[in-house]
Design a protein. Structure first.
Length: 366
């Protein structure tokens, strides 16, 4: 029995002559927290609107619980949407906002009251039934919008950047609350954001989009540790990216030297790109370092120093370290073979996964 609740098969969408979604295919499983992540205009909100039924695809098929829903109207779909501005009715109080959809269904008043009370309890707003929306904080309004979504008992909740209007502290608190709520409800959440830290913190799985195409999908750890291309590596966290060459399996060269790595399955002497995360670079003496660099600038970020260095080939290296460095001095940088991630030019996600499985089976994978 399949656990898939939503399936996109070669779905494209365009406005006039502009293609905003290009031949996208993926599966969404029941009970997980998914995030659609990418810059503005990448197609993530279009996917959400296609699932909700606010638009139809230009081509391809969308399935819900195994049934094609391309032409099923929005009010007939088992999904509810939480919008960026929450779309609450300012002239209705909390109870009336949450009960609105149930009243449209002509449900009995006693059952409506019971369901609204239960939904508000889920979002920690018990006792707020008669509160006016204008009297609510941003975080409370967000919870009212979620209560209005879950009171209809949908199988999927769609969240279109619902935290973007909140300040940093409240936004962080709501990330934890949303994740906990999703786990308690067991409902599939599909969350749209352009904030990569938010995506990494909240998701079971992430789809990274750019130019209407899913660049990479996987768990937060997979995508952070094994980015498939320069866009993903650059978009998900900070990265040091430089050109290199695959000498042989588990042997790579860059910055004028050869190093041991954990990647395999590429052609000997193939031109590649190398990624090393700033936190994987450790400071040592210039004599002991695998790389010798000169410190160009340094900023204190609270939990670490952010140090910008250049090697003799003018490659820039960003280092996150609890150790302080002196601007203008020569230092050494060292790293483990596992810190080196190899990216192949124009590699598809399927080819990348096969290569990863190939060398993981040998015991050399990350």
């Amino acid at each position: 029995m399949t656990n898939t609740i939503i399936r996109f098969e070669q779905v494209s969408h365009q406005f006039d002559d502009s293609v905003v979604l290009n031949n996208v295919s993926f599966d969404i499983e029941k009970g997980k927290f998914y995030t659609l992540l990418g810059p503005s205009g990448c197609g993530k909100t279009t996917i959400l609107r296609l699932i909700a039924g606010f638009m139809e695809p230009s081509q391809g098929s969308i399935y819900f619980d195994g049934k094609k829903i391309n032409e099923v109207p929005a009010n007939k779909r088992q999904v509810n949407t939480v919008f960026q501005d929450y779309a609450l009715f300012p002239h209705l109080n909390v109870f009336e906002n949450v009960a609105f959809g149930l009243k449209i269904k002509k449900m009995k008043k006693s059952l409506i009251a019971e369901k609204v009370k239960e939904a508000l309890k889920f979002v920690n707003l018990e006792g707020y039934e008669q509160r006016e929306i204008s009297e609510m904080s941003g975080g409370q309004r967000q919870r009212v919008a979620i209560a209005r979504a879950i009171v209809n008992e949908p199988e999927v909740i769609l969240l279109d950047e619902p935290l973007s209007a909140l300040d940093l502290k409240l936004r962080t608190e709501m990330q934890y609350e949303l994740r906990e709520l999703q786990q308690r409800l067991g409902i599939t959440f599909i969350f749209v954001t352009h904030d990569q830290e938010e995506a990494l913190a909240m998701s079971d799985e992430i789809f990274v989009l750019n130019n209407g195409v899913i660049q990479q999908s996987g768990t937060p750890t997979d995508i952070y540790d094994e980015p498939i291309n320069r866009f993903v590596a650059d978009f998900i966290g900070e990265s040091n990216i430089t050109s290199g060459k695959m000498i042989a399996d588990y042997r790579v060269s860059f910055a004028g030297k050869e190093f041991e790595c954990v990647d395999a399955g590429l052609q000997p002497n193939e031109e590649i790109e190398i990624v090393i995360r700033p936190e994987d670079l450790a400071i040592t003496t210039s004599e002991a370092g695998k790389l010798k660099v000169k410190v160009d600038s340094q900023l204190f970020r609270g939990v670490h120093y952010e140090i910008c260095c250049f090697d003799e080939f003018n490659n820039e290296w960003l280092v996150h370290s609890t150790r302080k460095a002196e601007v203008g001095s020569e230092i050494g940088l060292t790293f483990e073979p596992e810190a080196i991630h190899v990216m192949r030019f124009n590699e598809s996600e399927e080819d990348f996964d096969r290569r990863l499985e190939g060398y993981s089976e040998t015991g050399h994978g990350n």
